[in-house]
Design a protein around this ligand. Structure first.
Ligand code: GUN
Length: 293
């Protein structure tokens, strides 16, 4: 039986550390970290995510500033809000929930966020820092994936890692983080030929394809570690709604370790967001040598 990697438990550890750091910032420096979350429109899945982000932020002892804008909000108005948040000293982290409505150029918006407050790690400065290994804020889901892998892998050097999915949010940054740990990384996507054969070589498989049940058990090498980033809402044959991953979990008994869905990567994303907000608050508010600790 494959070991189940418990994302809920690890996320609770990360959040416990965040709470301690928040208390420390408030007590010693008079700084209460604040996270601004911007939602444009009313996509139901995004609504659920931002509400969760906001309530967890408050639970961790930080300020949450929610900005809900109408679907018809112009790019200019959104940029004006970003400007205001960039210069607000009580805001240390800014997150604009994606996807944005089609009439808004998401790249233009992400480029406008102060890189020091970019807790999503999507600004080109942070993307560049990640790819050159020079610090910065690291995207939350990829960071969570690596932390989950670190619970079962001591030494990444020379391992074969296959990433399925090439998004800016998960696939590309997780590939960089694995490369930084000296894995041999293959990034694949929906048009990759012979995908099952490529995955069969992997010691580490990170699946972020957004395709329910894409990865079957016979794709997975004996003893491989599998991180399933998929969160797919389905309606089962019995009419029940549920959430499944991109991997057929029931077929992975021979794997070394696997993240379940739900309860794997999902909880880690929010935990890492809170952790990035504290990191940003420290970097913005404390002297450089203290902030880095
Ligand atoms: N939409 C889906 N995932 C994310 C994420 O990690 N950050 C933001 N801002 N939007 C998302």
């Amino acid at each position: 039986m494959a070991r189940k990697i418990d994302g809920t438990a690890l996320a609770a550890e990360v959040v416990a550390k965040v709470k301690i750091d928040v208390e420390d910032l408030i007590r010693h420096y008079g700084v209460k970290p604040g996270l601004a979350v911007v939602l444009v429109g009313s996509d139901p899945a995004s609504e659920v995510y931002v509400n969760m982000k906001s309530s967890r932020t408050v639970k961790a002892g930080m300020n949450s500033f929610m900005h809900r804008l109408r679907e018809t909000t112009s790019g200019e108005d959104l940029l004006a809000l970003i400007d205001q948040l960039n210069s607000d000293p009580s805001v240390h982290g800014i997150l604009v929930q994606l996807p944005l409505p089609r009439h808004i150029d998401a790249n233009r918006i992400l480029d406008a966020i102060d890189p020091a407050k970019d807790v999503d790690g999507f600004h080109p400065v942070n993307v560049g820092r990640l790819s050159t290994g020079t610090g910065g804020l690291v995207p939350c889901t990829p960071l969570g994936c690596i932390m989950l892998l670190e619970t079962v892998i001591d030494d990444f050097r020379g391992l074969q890692a296959v990433v399925i999915g090439k998004s800016n949010i998960v696939g590309k940054p997780v590939a960089v983080l694995l490369l930084e740990r000296e894995c041999t990384v293959t990034v694949t996507h929906i048009l990759t030929r012979n995908l099952p054969e490529i995955v069969r070589d992997a010691d580490i498989v990170v699946v972020a394809a957004g395709s329910p049940g894409l990865v079957r058990g016979d794709w997975i090498k004996h003893g491989a570690v599998v991180i399933d980033v998929g969160i797919n809402r389905i309606v089962g044959a019995d009419g029940q709604r549920g959430i499944v991953g991109d991997v057929v979990y029931e077929e992975t008994d021979h794997a070394g370790a696997v993240t379940p869905v739900p309860g794997g990567v999902g909880p880690m994303t929010i935990a890492c967001l809170l952790s990035n907000t504290v990191k940003a608050a420290r970097a913005l508010s404390l002297p450089q040598e203290t902030a880095a600790k």
